[in-house]
Design a protein around this ligand. Structure first.
Ligand code: BTN
Length: 262
């Protein structure tokens, strides 16, 4: 266990679900402990960020949701998503050898195409977790991770922007091996965040970044991604003045395609 990290917990393995996020929230409501994980073979109503859907043919992907009962100051909570991206990126590099890179805030890319997505959803639940009677209201965050493993092709609308481990390496890895590595990395990086703050994660995120140095459009800010701030915000250079972007998604359009000389 990493310093300040979580004790590895229960993994609930399911066949077909609507969304592992929904199942995880239901378990959390009934008092499931921190670091309980829900894994499914298939989702009928998988959720993506910003109200989008997330779909994958049965058995092709790692579809997992981690129940987290945060032990972080409120100000550090947004950095949990970047921390998870670092963990997933490092796990994919270690197990599959792909050159995983991070797109702010928490997409994982290989060769500019998305190989994994991360969704954080938080709610107050009636249960504080840990197995005792569910009486104390507490905030729970469910971290959803979708990793494309075995897809050999994507629908036309995703073909230019999505990839999988199979497409990148020629073979689909074992879902179990990727799950084990992702959870190991998550425990380590979450432990670091809780014990040392965002500093070490920020360094790794910057090292793996596919965003810094590129032209980006985030919400209504367009410029060059200059750096990651100490709280996880993206610093964008707009004609020489630095703007902070704390939420939103980097445009996946042509505007992020051009590396800019530093
Ligand atoms: C994104 O839009 O990039 C985030 C995608 C997150 C997908 C995962 S798959 C497992 C978990 N269950 C869901 O319904 N969504 C997340």
């Amino acid at each position: 266990m990493a310093p300040g990290g979580s004790t590895p917990g229960v993994i609930v393995r399911l066949g077909t679900v609507d969304s592992t996020q929904s199942v995880a929230f239901a378990l959390a409501e009934r008092g499931a402990a921190d670091r309980t994980v829900v894994v499914a073979d298939q989702q009928l109503a998988g959720r993506g960020r910003r109200g989008r859907s997330w779909s994958a043919p049965a058995g092709t992907s790692l579809l997992a949701s981690i129940i987290v009962r945060p032990r972080l100051p409120q100000a550090l909570l947004p950095t949990l998503s970047l921390t998870t991206a670092v963990a997933v990126g490092e796990a994919l590099r270690r197990v599959t050898g792909v050159d995983a890179r991070l797109k702010w805030p928490n997409d994982v890319l290989v060769a500019g195409r998305k190989i994994a997505g991360i969704l954080l959803e938080s709610r107050m639940t009636g249960a504080s977790g840990g197995g005792s009677a569910p009486t104390t209201p507490a905030m729970v965050t469910i971290i959803g991770v979708g990793i494309n493993l075995g897809q050999r092709e994507f629908p036309p609308d995703l073909a230019d922007s999505a990839t999988s481990v199979a497409l990148e390496t020629g073979r689909a890895p074992s879902r179990e091996a990727v799950l084990t590595a992702a959870l190991e990395e998550f425990d380590v990086w979450r432990g670091r965040l809780e014990a040392e703050g965002f500093g070490p994660i920020r360094e790794d995120w910057r090292r793996l970044s596919d965003t810094l140095g590129r032209r980006v459009t985030v919400e209504d800010v367009a410029g060059v991604a200059a750096d990651l701030d100490t709280d996880g915000a993206l610093l964008v250079d707009v004609g020489g003045s630095i703007k902070r972007v704390v939420a939103g998604m980097v445009s996946s359009g042509e505007s992020i395609g051009t590396p800019v000389p530093r």
